[in-house]
Design a protein around this ligand. Sequence first.
Ligand code: URA
Ligand code: URA
Length: 192
Amino acid sequence: MDWLPELDHCNNLQELKELCLQCRSCGLRENVKGVVFGEGNENSDLMFVGEAPGAEEDRLGRPFVGAAGKLLDRIFGAAGIVREDVYITNIAKCRPPGNRVPKKEEAESCFPYLVRQIELIQPRLIVCLGTLATQFLVHREARVTAVRGQVFEKGGIKIIPTYHPAALLRDPNKKKAVWQDFKKIKELCKTK
Ligand code: URA
Ligand code: URA
C-alpha cells in the first residue's frame, strides 16, 4: 500500500476522520457497519493503541467498548487513569470478519491513519495493547510477550507494549505483568 499523501494535508483529527470514513484501501470496509476511528482527548499525552474493532466496537463505532474494553476500563480505574483524558484507537479501523487478526496488508493499508493521528495528537507516551500494535509501533518482528514492559522511544515519543486486555481474559496469569506495566506507565506520565 502506498503512502496516502492526502493525509498529510489533514490539519486536525476531524478532517482525518472524514477521510478515514471514506477509506476503501482494503476490503474490510465492505463488511462492517462503520469505521472505528478512535476517541478521547485529542491533546492527551497518553495514547493507547489496540488491534482492531470487535463486534461491539463496530456496532457502536467506538474503540474498546466490548468485553476487552470493559476490562481495560477496570485497569484504568485501578491505575487512576481517566478514560476521557486519554486517546484510544486501533491499528485497523475496521472490524475484521469473525474477529480474526487483521491481515498484514489490511494493517499496512490502515497504518498511515494511525501515523497521522499520532502526529496530530503528539502524545508523549503510547501504550501498545498486544502484539499487532507492538509490531507496528516498535518492531515488525516483535512479540508482546518478549518486550512488554520495556520502554522504547521513537521520534521523541516513548512507547511501552503490554498485553492486550483480551489476552488477560484468556489468561488471568498475565494480570500481574500488566499491573507492573501500568505502574510504569503512571511513572512515565509523571516524568515529563
Ligand atoms: N480489541 C481491540 O484491539 N480493539 C478494540 O477496539 C476492541 C477490542
Ligand atoms: N498475545 C497477546 O498477549 N496479546 C495479543 O494481542 C496477541 C498475542
